[in-house]
Structure formats: C-alpha cells, structure tokens
Design a protein around this ligand. Structure first.
Ligand code: MN3
Length: 197
C-alpha cells in the first residue's frame, strides 16, 4: 500500500510564495487522492503490488489495460508530488552552486536565461501538467500526471507542478506570478544531490 510522505516542513513554511492553505490542500487532499486511487487500482492486481513505483511507471505498457490509465494518472501523480515536496524548501531560492550551477550556465548561457526558458515552458504548457529538468539539463514538459519515466527517460532532477490546484488559491489565473515566485523555494542543494556529475 502506498502512503503520502510527510512534508519535511510546516504547511506555511513556504509563505509568502506558496500559502499554507495551498500546501495543506495540495498535500492532504490532492496527493492523497492519487495515492488512494493508485492503491484501489492495484487492489485487484496482486502481481503488481510489490513492484516499485518507478518501475511500475517505466513499465506502464505491461500493466493490465483495465488499470493502466488509473496507474498512469495516479501512480504518476504520486511519483510527481513525492518529488515536488522535496524540491521545495523554506531555505530555497538563489542559484545552484557547484557542478550543477556551472553546467546550467554552460548550457543556457546564464542562470537567468535558464530560468527564462523554464518559465516559458511553464507558461506555454496548455492545461494541466509539469515542467521537468532532466539529468541532461533539458527542459521538458508533460501533460496531466505523466512523468518522463513513462517515456523511457530517467528520473528528472526537479519538476514544477503547473496544475491550477498548485496555485489558484494564491494566484488565481496568474500562472506567471506563481512560476516566478516558485524559484524562491527551490531547494538547489536537493536538486544538486540528484545531479550525477
Ligand atoms: Mn499537484
């Protein structure tokens, strides 16, 4: 049985960038719903219950058709949100140092240029989905709760949730304000720890 991981900070720790009200709703209701529905889908499929979540998502085409969409949406939702909480920190913001910082500058010209491209991807994403930074430092998007893992790609370094439920209470329709604010709570130490170079 999958469970929602505890946050490593208080709901209101990311204010003023993300409110406690959003964090509580997003974590306790939205993420929990993905977990509950994933567990419900796997209930009748014992043979997949012991499979690690990452493997489940990367082998989605082998998952029985009658639960494949549920596993895609809710397993994806569980994986994506579990990573998202860890990317966030009340001590976040600034710029990445070390090798990750150097490699981002080498690839994009400057950190600001990287942020600009990432934000453009977030604003250009129609409807609900995610923006990812891949281990190759590419910026890619996915619709709904899809994950790069579902397309044979390795685990992303970080992801930005651009579903309306992630920002609407605070920012209403102003996705651009949310996306700009989000950089203030990105935990670069955590993201760097996932960068294997
Ligand atoms: Mn979400």
């Amino acid at each position: 049985m999958y469970t929602v991981p505890e946050l490593e900070y208080n709901y209101d720790a990311l204010e003023p960038y993300i409110s406690g009200a959003i964090m509580e709703l997003h974590h306790d209701k939205h993420h929990k719903a993905y977990v509950d529905k994933l567990n419900a889908a796997l209930e009748s499929h014992e043979e997949w219950q012991e499979t690690e979540l990452k493997e489940l998502l990367s082998r989605l085409d082998e998952v029985p058709e009658e639960i494949r969409t549920a596993v895609r949406n809710n397993g994806g939702g569980h994986y994506n949100h579990s990573l998202f909480w860890k990317v966030l920190s009340p001590n976040g913001g600034g710029q990445p140092g070390g090798v990750l910082g150097d490699d981002i500058v080498a690839k994009y010209g400057s950190f600001d240029a990287f942020v600009e491209q990432f934000n453009a991807a977030a604003l250009g994403l129609f409807g609900s989905g995610w923006v990812w930074l891949t281990p190759e430092l590419d910026i890619v998007t996915s619709p709904n709760q899809d994950s790069p893992l579902m397309h044979g790609q390795p685990e992303p370094l970080m992801g930005l949730d651009v579903w309306e439920h992630a920002y609407y209470l605070d920012y209403k329709n102003k996705r651009d304000d949310y996306v700009k604010a989000w950089w203030n709570v990105v935990d670069w130490a955590f993201v760097s720890s996932r960068y294997g170079r």
